[in-house]
Design a protein around this ligand. Structure first.
Ligand code: NAP
Length: 247
């Protein structure tokens, strides 16, 4: 059984991806930060549906936590085939001149450094160069990489721009080692992340300006992630799927 690690899978897009991954035959590592109860519910739902999953706490902005996440995965499941770099944070909407350095460090360590370290650990296990079987990495970026998120969270947008650049470079770096690296850029998805930015109703405020005139669901993003993580996308690397209702 192939194993998939999904960071930030206790809720939202990560949780939807975990459920779908199990349906596609992956043994799923449901990583979470603080919400143990929600992560365990995702795992229980997967097991009830006949799948295999475990919840592992790790703060992906901390390197020792990431190393423990991967070591625990080796011990419990082994055979790592896919990493979904999904965990990401944003903070209260504000202009740049109000953003302090500690916030910048929080955003960049969770959204950029953590994803790079997770990918590094995955490559050590998956690369043909190190005796692995190959695999896939899917980085969850955002349409904010294109829009810049002015007046909301430029810091978050910058972190997602970095993830797009990372995806392009890493895809080429490991392309002949059996590893494909791709990105998904969602926008306007009904999850709790918007409440973290101080505007729980953000998607409904914006939806009239979305060509499809509606927000998206976490499962609609998960479908794109699973396609890129699976063999169905076997000749694609360094690409992005926008899941944005036409924006
Ligand atoms: P969400 O509902 O806020 O869920 C975030 C998840 O990440 C939770 O499971 C949370 O775990 C986990 N997490 C947060 N900080 C973490 C850390 N330091 N270490 C490990 N896990 C951590 O978010 P979402 O909307 O599903 O977003 C998922 C991804 O999609 C993010 O990268 C986000 O930037 C991107 N995205 C979302 C949208 C959207 O409209 N929703 C649009 C564009 C991009 P706990 O609950 O345990 O704390």
């Amino acid at each position: 059984m192939k194993t998939m690690i999904i960071t930030g899978a206790s809720r939202g897009i990560g949780a939807a991806t975990a459920v779908l991954a199990a349906q596609h035959g992956f043994a799923v590592v449901v990583n979470y930060h603080k919400n143990k109860i929600a992560a365990e519910k995702v795992v229980a739902d997967i097991i009830e549906g006949g799948g295999k999953a475990v919840a592992i706490q790790a703060d992906i902005s901390k390197e020792p936590d990431i190393l423990r996440l991967f070591a625990e995965t080796d011990r419990l499941f082994g055979n790592l085939h896919s990493l979904v770099n999904n965990a990401g944070i944003l903070e209260q909407q504000m202009r740049l001149e109000e953003i302090d350095t500690s916030r910048l460090n929080r955003i960049f360590s969770a959204n950029i450094t953590g994803q790079l370290i997770c990918a590094r650990e995955a490559i050590k296990r998956m690369s043909l160069k190190y005796g692995g079987q190959g695999g896939t990495i899917v980085n969850v970026s955002s349409i904010a990489a294109r829009t810049g998120a002015p007046n909301e969270y430029i810091d978050y947008a910058v972190s997602k721009g970095a993830i797009d650049t990372f995806t392009i470079g890493l895809a080429k770096e490991v392309a002949d080692e059996g590893i494909r690296v791709n990105g998904v850029r969602p926008a306007f998805i009904y999850t709790d992340i918007h409440a973290d930015g101080g505007e729980p109703g953000r998607v409904d405020r914006i939806k009239e300006n979305i060509p499809m005139k509606r927000g998206g669901t976490a499962t609609e993003v998960a479908e794109a992630i699973i396609w890129l993580a699976s063999d169905k996308s076997s000749y694609s690397t360094g690409i992005f799927i926008d899941v944005t209702g036409g924006r």
